[in-house]
Write a protein of this length. Structure first.
Length: 89
């Protein structure tokens, strides 16, 4: 996919990475729910595997998701704020 004049190539790849990250976090949440139900039925394997993957996989994915949401929100706020400050002066 060629880059558009509005967005550089690195931004397109970053957006793709963040979309994959969202789906990873959602899949992890679903897996956790299924693991809890399985654990209540006496099947401990899925919950044990989830606990092993929590620190190396899910914690950074959730952190990246939160950080990207904050950066996106701040950048959006800054872009809306910029032209208004120029109009006043």
């Amino acid at each position: 996919m060629p880059s558009t004049p509005d967005q550089p190539t690195w931004k397109l790849w970053l957006d793709r990475l963040l979309v994959v990250d969202v789906f990873l976090v959602l899949a992890g949440a679903g897996w956790f729910g299924i693991a809890i139900v399985a654990s209540s039925q006496g099947v401990e394997g899925p919950l044990h595997l989830f606990q092993q993957l929590w620190d190396p996989l899910f914690t950074p994915a959730i952190g990246l998701l939160i950080a990207s949401a904050l950066v996106s929100g701040i950048a959006s706020w800054w872009q809306r704020r910029g032209p208004q400050a120029d109009r006043d002066s």
